[in-house]
Design a protein. Structure first.
Length: 297
């Protein structure tokens, strides 16, 4: 047994002058910054302008936070803090990732089309980066003592202070650290997407579809463990159904993209011969570079 248990943190932030800095927010800032740095390298590798990644982040991050909080407010209204600022209190209750990804993606697609940049290429380039950002953000859940599962006697069981436990679990010693399970899965999936992209056999947009499918599939497992508050239908958590629907939709999306994909060296389709609806090339060597790395538009 490598661990007896994972202890609970004694604080969830620190004071910086008159401000109280929450580790939850700090971890997301670190994750977003790292995602931008990685995204710049990946976008440059397919001939794109790295500055476009920063522009996408400037639009995507605030709308992602807004969409994530709206999802939380709509799906768990009873958990909104009873203050005028309660619906905006991302540090108290957190964000719903599907709402954040949905709104951020819609806004970023609009911005990329206005700029004439490759949409699916950018989506594929950023898919592993989003997983890295999410993984680091999960460290913030540890400091908030949230996103944990049911009781467990495993050596990596997580200690949770009584005030953070849901009713009926005061007698239990340790709980599944589901935030940690998700952190590990996100990093593994990010590595898998990078590897698949380098093989060059994934259709444009396919890496992003696999990101949605892979993350959502893990959430099916995670939602079966979690015991924090949620809306329930037919005995199952609401996010269990959302995760199942997103997994199925993303796999269908991936299959359709792969079926339409012309492998390198194949005879181009009429759509590809006329530009495939692309507004503007990403860069001089975009076609060749993207084909070899699986990140083309």
């Amino acid at each position: 047994m490598l661990l007896a248990s994972i202890p609970s943190p004694s604080v969830n932030g620190f004071r910086l002058g008159p401000l109280y800095v929450h580790f939850y927010a700090l971890m997301y800032l670190v994750g977003i910054s790292l995602a931008v740095l990685i995204g710049r390298r990946r976008w440059r590798a397919v001939g794109g302008d790295p500055a476009m990644v920063e522009e996408v982040a400037l639009w995507g991050v605030p709308f992602g936070i807004l969409g994530g909080r709206l999802y939380f407010d709509l799906t768990t209204p009873s958990q909104i803090p009873p203050h005028w600022w309660g619906p905006l209190a991302v540090w108290d209750g957190g964000l719903g990732i599907w709402g954040g990804v949905a709104l951020a993606t819609a806004v970023c697609v609009w911005r990329l089309r206005r700029a004439g940049a490759g949409v699916t290429g950018m989506m594929d380039a950023l898919a592993p980066c989003l997983l890295v950002a999410s993984a680091i953000g999960r460290i913030g859940n540890y400091f908030n003592q949230e996103l944990f599962g049911g009781p467990t006697s495993l050596p990596w069981g997580l200690e949770i202070a009584p005030q953070y436990r849901p009713p009926g679990y005061l007698q239990d010693a340790t709980f599944h650290p589901t935030f940690l399970y998700e952190l590990v899965w996100d990093l593994l999936l990010a590595g898998l997407l990078v590897w698949l992209g380098r093989r060059g056999s994934i259709a444009p947009g396919g890496l992003f579809a696999l990101y949605v499918a892979g993350y959502s599939a893990f959430r099916i497992f995670e939602e079966s463990l979690r015991v924090d508050y949620s809306q329930y239908f037919l005995g199952l958590r609401l996010n269990f159904y959302i995760a199942s629907a997103m997994t199925l939709a993303a796999l269908v999306w991936f299959a359709v993209l792969q079926r339409r994909h012309q492998p390198p060296g194949a005879e181009p389709s009429p759509e590809a011969a006329t530009g495939g609806g692309r507004t503007q090339p990403v860069g001089e060597d975009d076609t060749k570079s993207a084909a070899t790395q699986g990140l083309s538009d």
